[in-house]
Design a protein around this ligand. Structure first.
Ligand SMILES: O=C(O)CC[C@@H](O)C(=O)O
Ligand SMILES: [Zn+2]
Length: 463
């Protein structure tokens, strides 16, 4: 087992104690980095016997303070367990360690003609175990479904050191409760995932992308319907972002030294990114071109750009993928990750702007303590992201935003956490999305798996 040795300084521990947004700061003195499941088991057994709290940590790319200590909990980092265990090319079942980096696993699968059924901006550093523990959704859930469907088995170390092993990975198995589901999205509160067995689909051999500019959110919804009808099963992502998000990305790229280029003749109030993943490039391109022409004819879009090559494919995707980074540039961002019915989605952004404007914090065109409020997300999955950009985190600002943002979600019977999880940030607000009965049942589950409450305490469902 490797640990940071006794001479580690506070600075050495900082990347493990802090989150990448610099919002959550733990004070742990100990980081352990086991290399095997057996070592994880021994550590947990020891901690459970001694009543020591443990925070499981993957790539530490979360957005809700789920993978950092709140106080001085021991950090159990999975980074040294990154192996791909096996891949069965007939069934498409991949088995890997929890600490395997998403992008590495996807590259491995690409060589064999398969794709990892999850993709997200943090792919270069997030780990599969963390993805599963938070039930990450990402950019192509629309196409490949959620991890609740694609994960076929798990290896999990329970708080007392017991190893739960369902890595066999059967597609059909109706023998009793499907226990692995409890760990998917449990944010490391009832067990530490050490191994994942997942179904990888065949990788599309032709991928295309188009970005459209639109004048209203009404049109975004109409374009979504037309796109589903026009592209059918080759549709692999449908993302949207507003003008404010687009402006931030442009500014960020310019500051990063990229030459300014005109992407659209006519810029819009909204943008949608459509990706296709099929097996015949000419056929898919034609479908996308026909869609673009139809949308133009019907005046549903103002402009549209189709990627002509791989470079353009990536630069169009960048317009969407760079939003979180651009929003966070030189400041602090309040991030909300919400599910509401698609027709209601953008009204949440508008309500938030109104609220902040009434509080004197935000002004159209800039000048307030809130620099910008941007809306974007995975419209195909009904998942909205609101990013509120401020100079720094501030209690006064937070009180204006929360719990208001959760109240307006509850009015639509939505979810206060579509894909980022509850962590420490949203744990107190779970009641806005879940009934007292659900919460009580969750508390009982937590107590059953972790009676001493050592795993990731103060987060998720607090008992
Ligand atoms: O930073 C955010 O708010 C969203 C991050 C991620 O879920 C995305 O969709 O880009
Ligand atoms: Zn997202």
């Amino acid at each position: 087992m490797s640990t940071l040795d006794g001479s580690a300084s506070v600075d050495d521990l900082q990347p493990f104690n802090d989150d990448w947004m610099n919002k959550y700061h733990g004070k742990s003195q100990i980081v352990v980095k086991p290399k095997t499941t057996q070592e994880v088991s021994e550590i947990l057994k020891y901690c459970n016997d001694q009543g020591l709290a443990v925070v499981p940590q993957g790539g530490n790319t979360g957005l809700v303070g789920g993978s950092n200590p709140v106080y001085d909990e021991i950090i159990l980092n999975l980074g040294n367990m990154a192996a791909i265990r096996s891949f069965d090319e007939v069934s498409g079942i991949l088995q890997c360690d929890a600490g395997a980096i998403l992008e590495n696993v996807d590259n491995y699968l690409a060589e064999k003609g398969f794709i990892f059924p999850l993709d997200l901006g943090a792919k270069g550093s997030c780990q599969i175990g963390g993805n599963v523990a938070t039930n990450a959704g990402g950019l192509r859930l629309l196409r490949y479904g959620s991890l609740h469907g694609t994960v076929l088995g798990l290896e999990v170390v329970l708080p007392d050191g017991t190893i739960y092993d369902s890595m066999g990975g059967l597609r059909k198995d109706n023998t009793g409760f499907d226990l692995k589901q409890l760990f998917i999205g449990s944010e490391g509160t009832i067990g530490i995932i050490t191994g994942v067995s997942i179904l990888a689909p065949k990788r599309p051999t032709a991928m295309n992308v188009a970005v459209f500019s639109l004048s209203s959110y009404e049109d975004v919804q109409k374009v979504f319907n037309e796109t589903k009808a026009g592209l059918g099963e080759i549709l692999s992502a449908f993302e949207f972002f507003d003008k404010q998000a687009y402006e931030l990305v442009k500014k960020h790229m310019k500051e990063g030294g990229e030459a300014e280029r005109k992407v659209f003749e006519t810029e819009g109030e909204f943008y949608v990114l459509v990706e296709t993943g099929g097996s015949n490039n000419d056929h898919d391109e034609e479908k996308l071109q026909n869609l673009l022409e139809k949308l133009m004819e019907n005046e549903l879009i103002q402009d549209g750009v189709l990627a002509q090559d791989q470079t353009q494919f990536h630069s169009l995707w960048k317009l969407r993928e760079l939003i979180p980074e651009s929003a966070g540039k030189a400041g602090s961002v309040y991030k909300y990750d919400l599910s509401v019915p698609v027709p209601k989605m953008y009204s949440l952004v508008e309500k938030m702007r109104e609220r902040l404007s009434e509080a004197g914090l935000w002004k159209e065109g800039g000048g307030g303590r809130i620099r910008e409020v941007v809306g974007y997300g995975h419209i195909g999955d009904g998942n909205l992201h609101i990013n509120i950009c401020a100079d720094k985190y501030d209690d006064e600002i937070e009180k204006v935003i929360e719990p208001y943002v959760y109240e307006i979600v509850a009015e639509e019977r939505g979810s206060i956490s579509a894909e980022h999880g509850l962590g420490v940030m949203k744990a107190p607000y779970i009641g806005y999305s879940k009934s007292p009965t659900s919460i009580e049942l969750m508390k009982q589950v937590k107590k059953m798996f972790d009676p001493k409450g050592i795993l990731n305490p103060y987060k998720y469902v607090v008992v």
